[in-house]
Write a protein that binds this ligand. Structure first.
Ligand code: URP
Ligand code: ZN
Ligand code: ZN
Ligand code: ZN
Length: 478
């Protein structure tokens, strides 16, 4: 097995930073050594096959994006990144593991949905991948399948309080699923928006001729997110099932989570880069020469990007600092404008929901370190260590320590990253939702289980290197 020594870098964890060398043997980290470790009597570094100089750079555990949707069928089309293109883009951006969502819907079997996702991903991924299970049709069969999922390494599942007629679960269904989850250690993930209410408002807007993407944000009122978040918390409380609310965007929803956490409840929240940076006014309301007021379709996702005048974005950063929110994932769900987002020309309800960000999460969050919104350690915690703990991978992923998988990113704080379709962009999209963003930092080297995938501007990955991650139970709750 080849050995690699990463020398001279600052190793950053969720709890601190230290100048240290990292020794990798094969796929595994075997030592974190004081610089000049031969002084300690080790002769391992003298025998290494390869030395990577990380002087002046940060050495961090590889990013874990716990919310992606490669090839997700949605609104009559499918997310444009395959597992192959999406995991390559992730690697370029310093993410070395994803957790994607297998899909089950009404009338379908959980087992079949999971098998289909294994089929899509197996042999195609550049980085390691796990799955959550979307239970889009809660019935006796899908409830009976939940304990089975745990044995399959799928220890979390998602339900939807939105999208009536598609993935929607009502309160009775949610309650029943949470009862099973509580008994079996599964983590319940929730899309917390009151879908029936939103759909009525959306229909009324369209009838009034308000059909542009901007009205997607108007229809999906923050009250629908706050209310559903509160209801999910109460259902979690009744059943004793821990709750993880995905893609939180409303400051009022954060307040619900914060209050429950302050009461000792096992409830957790994730936000996404779009809710930290983007807004109703600037993005959903955007116009362009090419697309007119349909330009905003690029930013249609649910929950929606919200009003900057209302201050949601600043509040999300604050909640990340105060641990009222615990993680940042992308909810990567890219659709091209041509033939995909275009399906919603004349009716925002038909725009496939989602933004492509898997390549940019580490950079976009590092910019929060640059601007003083979060610390370097919190950056690592939000993007790698907590995702590993929350989703049953910690020890193997999310940390640089002996015995862990050698998933390592060398990040250059003196580098610079310009984001845009003409610059560096490896996601399978015909536009860049993050066009024009400038980051004061750069992914330098990306290592996945000992294999160097990215080295400066060179890509050495190969599809099939990424292996299925059979996850344990959430470790956040122990
Ligand atoms: O707009 C979004 N978020 N698309 C993906 C599906 C979901 O609800 O996470
Ligand atoms: Zn969702
Ligand atoms: Zn609090
Ligand atoms: Zn999602």
């Amino acid at each position: 097995m080849a050995t690699t020594l990463i020398t001279g870098g600052t190793v950053v964890s969720a709890t601190g930073r230290v100048l240290a060398d990292v020794l990798v043997d094969g796929e595994t980290i075997v030592a974190v050594l004081a610089p000049g470790s031969t002084a300690l009597g080790h002769d391992l570094p003298r025998t290494v096959d390869r030395v990577i100089d990380a002087t002046g750079k940060y050495v961090i555990p590889g990013g874990i994006d716990a919310h992606t949707h490669m090839q997700l069928p949605f609104g009559g089309t499918s997310a444009s990144d395959t597992f192959e293109t999406g995991t390559a883009a992730a690697a370029w951006g310093g993410t070395t593991s994803i957790v994607d969502f297998a899909v089950q819907t009404y009338g379908g079997k959980v087992q079949d949905g999971l098998a289909a996702w294994h089929e899509l991903a197996a042999g195609n991924c550049h980085i390691d991948y796990g799955f959550h299970q979307i239970v889009g049709g809660v019935d006796d069969d899908s409830l009976a399948a939940l304990p089975w999922l745990v044995d399959e390494g799928i220890t979390s599942y998602k339900m939807f309080m939105a999208y009536p007629g598609v993935f929607y679960a009502d309160d009775a269904q949610i309650l029943k699923a949470m009862q099973v989850a509580a008994d079996n250690g599964l983590l319940t993930m929730m899309h917390a928006e009151n879908g029936p209410v939103i759909d009525v408002i959306a229909e009324q807007l369209v009838k009034q001729g308000k059909t542009s993407p901007y009205y997607h944000g108007i229809a999906r009122v923050w009250q629908a997110e706050e209310e559903a978040t509160h209801r999910a918390i109460m259902l979690s409380d009744i059943t004793g099932a821990p709750l993880y609310v995905v893609h939180v965007s409303a400051k009022q929803a954060v307040a619900q989570l914060a209050a429950a956490r302050d009461n000792g409840k096992n409830v957790f929240g994730e936000t996404c880069p779009q809710y930290l940076y983007m807004s109703l006014e600037e993005q959903l309301g955007a116009t362009s020469e090419e697309w007119g007021d349909f330009e905003g379709a690029k930013y249609v996702c649910s929950t929606p990007v919200r009003s900057r005048a209302e201050g949601h974005q600043d509040h999300m950063w604050q909640a990340l600092r105060t641990n009222d929110l615990q993680m940042v994932s992308t909810d990567h769900c890219p659709f091209c404008m041509k033939d995909q987002k275009e399906l919603g020309l004349g009716d925002f309800r038909k725009i496939p929901n989602g933004i492509g960000s898997v390549e940019h999460r580490m950079d976009l969050m590092y910019q929060g370190v640059v601007t003083g919104q979060i610390t370097l350690e919190r950056w690592v915690e939000l993007t790698s260590t907590t995702p590993a703990r929350m989703f049953g991978m910690y020890g193997r992923k999310g940390v640089i320590q002996p015995g862990a998988d050698a998933d390592i990113v060398i990040y250059d704080p003196n580098g610079h990253t310009s984001i845009g379709i003409d610059k560096k962009h490896h996601m399978n999209m015909d536009h860049a939702a993050w066009e024009g963003y400038e980051i004061d930092g750069k992914v330098d080297t990306v290592i996945s289980r000992g294999r160097v995938l990215v080295e400066g501007d060179a890509f050495h990955g190969a599809k099939g290197h990424g292996k299925f991650l059979k996850r344990g139970l959430s470790q956040y709750l122990i």
